[in-house]
Design a protein around this ligand. Structure first.
Ligand code: SF4
Length: 380
């Protein structure tokens, strides 16, 4: 990576605005993300630098963001007053509220308060994404989550009485635990979620979970088969969700627009430690360290090669299970491919991992469980 950054290296990126809040009250046992415990002065310093970075990175006078995503970390752990200041920093960059299609806040259940939900409910196009992960106390404790089911239920009751557009994040493949599917079925029957994300647990380096797996206290999640994925998919589809991305489900009209822009792939600006900005073949990655970011350390600048962009396009489009990869569009961007590509594509179709309908290629149910392998076979 080249670290010589100048603001003009990033072409106008107006699709989505991502604001990373790098704070969590507590580290979950499986988490490999960078985060800090919030302190009064560290959050103040973060907000001051965020104001500066927004001014440097966002092209005025007429930014046209269609989506905003405030993620973390756990954005609501900084408290209501700081959250209001964060919103005040973002607001001037949304001059045309009618262009804004979606403004998401992530939150863990235990840090959401009634006053906070009241405040967030006043924001335009508000969408809440709640990090629930599992639906009983034992399974939450296996993950080292801070929330109990009491906190989850209390948060759900608060949120659904005031916000229309709500999503939940969940984890599958938790060692020694039953399938998520049954509990999830009960939850989506009780609360009107519009969106569900369900990812398989991966064991990250230097985490308590990795140590527990290495010492044999927990089975390795990598050995868990894909049955839970199909069971989870089946209950969500039966409840009216579309399985539109490998790990994401939405009721019709409620796909996450911010993430769709990543997957298409479109341009976006990221603010805060560890946030990434991207436009055309340029990618800027902010340093994943609050104190270094506070000193205005320049982001790493990467210029993607045509080969990287091609492979990324192919991978992201195949992840979109309903939209799929449009071969005509792919060739328009990246030219006619080598004969080997078409032969491999035909082979994957003949094996039942991909399905072709006109110019669209999609993963099949069978291909879903080996999606990484199928995609890698088409890379150059
Ligand atoms: S709340 Fe999320 S980001 Fe924070 S430690 Fe837990 S998993 Fe990691």
């Amino acid at each position: 990576m080249n670290h010589n950054f100048a603001a003009e290296n990033l072409p106008t990126a107006e699709g989505g605005l991502y604001v990373h809040v790098p704070f969590c009250l507590h580290k979950c046992d499986y988490c490999g993300f960078y985060s800090e415990v919030p302190g009064q002065s560290s959050v103040d310093c973060y907000l001051t630098r965020l104001t500066g970075e927004a001014g440097e990175r966002i092209h005025l006078p007429h930014p046209k963001f269609t989506t905003v995503f405030v993620g973390g970390g756990n954005p609501t752990c900084i408290g209501l007053e700081k959250l209001k200041r964060l919103v005040d920093i973002i607001m001037p960059y949304l001059p045309d509220k009618s262009a804004l299609q979606e403004w998401t806040f992530e939150s863990n259940p235990e840090t959401l308060t009634s006053e906070m939900v009241d405040f967030l409910a006043t924001l335009p196009s508000i969408r809440l994404s709640i990090g629930i992960q599992r639906l009983n106390d034992h399974e939450l404790s296996v993950l080292g989550r801070r929330a109990s089911m009491d906190a989850v239920n209390r948060a759900m009751d608060m949120v659904f009485s005031r916000v229309q557009n709500v999503g939940g994040d969940f984890i599958m493949g938790v060692p020694g635990c039953p399938s998520l599917a049954g509990d999830l079925h009960n939850l989506v029957e009780k609360y009107p979620f519009n969106h569900v994300s369900a990812y398989f647990l991966t064991v990250e380096e230097n985490t308590p979970m990795q140590r527990a797996v290495v010492s044999g206290l927990l089975p390795d999640p990598a050995d868990i088969d894909a049955t839970e994925l199909y069971e989870t998919r089946d209950v969500l589809v039966a409840s009216g969700f579309e399985h539109y991305e490998i790990s994401n489900y939405a009721r019709p009209g409620f796909r996450c627009r911010h993430n769709l822009n990543y997957w298409r792939p479109g341009s976006y600006i990221g603010l805060g430690p560890a946030a990434v900005s991207s436009a055309d073949d340029i990618r800027l990655s902010n340093v994943a360290d609050l104190s270094r970011w506070l000193t205005n350390e320049a982001p790493a600048l990467e210029k993607l090669s045509q080969k990287d962009r091609r492979n990324e396009h192919l991978m992201l489009r195949l992840r979109l299970l309903l939209d799929g990869l449009d071969i005509v569009d792919f060739e328009r961007h990246f030219g006619r491919q080598a004969d080997e590509f078409y032969a491999t594509l035909s082979g994957q179709i003949d094996s039942g991992n991909l399905l072709r309908y006109d110019s669209l290629v999609r993963l099949t149910d069978q291909g879903l469980r080996i999606a990484d392998e199928v995609m890698a076979s088409l890379f150059i």
